[in-house]
Write a protein that binds this ligand. Structure first.
Ligand code: HAM
Length: 420
């Protein structure tokens, strides 16, 4: 599990702010759901034979004897919230949330046991138009962030019925090659044979390449849904590749699945992935409502931002307030609070914890401020404060306390302009 340190926060906040604005532009509303849910919810939603449920959940029994789990993903919890708060009844919702997810995976670069997701869900929309819009929205997100090394892969998993037929064919095919399957794939053959197609084992690639394709077994409605999606993407100008082996690791998907991958992060190449889950809400006991959504891995997207050198500079102070002498140290806090009242758009940093003049100026320099405001006993006695631009050669000036805050505002404007 990761600490996000102050030095990394500028990237995180830039990403979060950009995502929030974008989602608001597209009409999505924020929802906040609990981190802990009943274990049963994830078993039913994600599927008993998935890696997530079989091996990766942080599950514990609470004081009341109930089995609870730290959410490994957000879709199940958001659907539970929509059902238990009576949000369905034919209504449509475009929802998003951000927060930590927990999976007990083997940690490596880009893969953590606690990681953040931006999770987006559109419920009540059956057509491929919303699928396409979600992809166009993500493409726009990369453009706004200046992230270029990402590619969109799409596929259709068809309806559960079509998949059942395909699954039988696939199992028969892999049984015919059982001796060449690795142990993971042998295990998956019983519970989740489609996941074999996802195997990264190089020795499995040849058998996988010759396996029957789900895209050749789609039901006519799913075929039409997928064709319309492809046409819409072309029309919008979102580049994509059809990847018939894209299956996803969670069981609730039907029809459209998609994944944004990158070649910039090594093995953990999925930055953002999702798909349609038309059966999930009914499966969880809600009235049958279609849904589609995706989640973006925040750590991975932040890493792409850093690599692309698109992180804005961290916010610095504008004015550093130096205090010199006993009276000035006592008067400083009140004076600075009044300046903050008068100039709410200006960032003041008051020197705290003492220090001689030289130390305080060193701190002022490191703060990034453009202007130092000097409150000294001598100045106070004369009813003035001194001001010194920090980023260029310019002499110290004085401003009557009675002329604050306008005097500081003018000096700061001058100091910042010269600096720029
Ligand atoms: P997922 O593919 O399991 O989908 O995860 C979505 C994204 O979360 C991945 O593409 C990846 O960027 C990030 N991610 C997953 N595991 C880790 C990890 N251990 N460390 C760092 N990042 C990780 C879902 O979770 C679905 N609920 C998405 C969805 C929403 N489908 C429909 N609606």
């Amino acid at each position: 599990m990761n600490d996000v340190l102050p030095a990394q926060i500028a990237a995180w906040q830039h990403l979060e702010g950009t995502v929030r604005d974008l989602l608001t532009d597209y009409g999505y509303e924020e929802i906040r759901v609990p981190i802990v849910e009943h274990t049963e919810l994830f078993k039913r939603a994600i599927g008993e034979f998935t890696d997530v449920v079989e091996k990766e959940m942080y599950t514990f029994t609470d004081q009341g004897g109930e089995s609870l789990t730290l959410r490994p993903e957000a879709t199940a919890g958001v659907m539970r919230a929509a059902i238990s708060n009576g949000m369905l009844r034919g209504a449509r919702h475009k929802l998003w949330c951000i927060g930590p997810m927990f999976r007990h995976e083997r940690p490596q670069k880009g893969r953590y046991r606690q990681f953040y997701q931006v999770n987006v869900e559109a419920i009540g929309f059956p057509g491929p138009d919303v699928d396409a819009e979600l992809m166009a929205m993500t493409a726009r997100l990369w453009r706004r962030l200046g992230i270029e090394r990402v590619k969109l892969n799409i596929n259709s998993l068809g309806t559960p019925e079509a998949r059942r037929v395909y699954r039988e064919k696939l199992v028969a095919y892999f049984r015919g090659h059982e001796a060449r399957l690795d142990s993971d794939s042998k295990r998956r053959l019983e519970g989740n044979p489609l996941r074999i197609l996802d195997s990264k084992n190089p020795e499995m690639q040849e058998i996988i390449a010759a396996a029957p394709l789900l895209t050749d077994h789609l039901d006519p409605e799913s075929r039409e849904h997928f064709d319309t999606l492809c046409n819409t993407l072309q029309d919008i100008g979102v580049a994509y590749e059809v990847n018939p082996r894209l299956v996803r690791g969670l069981d609730y998907y039907t029809r459209t699945v998609f994944e944004w991958t990158t070649d910039a992060l090594g093995a953990q190449d999925a930055v953002c992935s999702g798909g349609r889950y038309d059966g999930l809400i009914a499966q969880l006991g809600g009235e049958s409502t279609p849904g589609v959504g995706f989640a973006m891995g925040v750590e991975r997207a932040v890493e792409l931002l850093v690599q692309a050198q698109r992180v804005p500079p961290a916010a610095a102070a504008d004015v550093y307030v130096v205090v010199n002498g006993a009276r000035a140290t006592a008067a400083g806090p009140g004076l600075v609070e009044r300046l903050r009242d008068g100039l709410p758009q200006v960032r003041f940093e008051l020197n705290l914890g003492g220090g001689n003049f030289k130390t305080q100026f060193r701190r002022a320099d490191r703060s990034g401020a453009a202007l130092a405001l000097i409150i000294g006993d001598d100045e106070l006695a004369r009813g003035v404060v001194a001001m010194k631009p920090l980023r260029q050669e310019a002499s110290q000036t004085e401003c009557p306390i009675a002329a604050l805050p306008a005097g500081v505002e003018a000096a700061l404007a001058l100091a910042s302009r010269r600096q720029g």
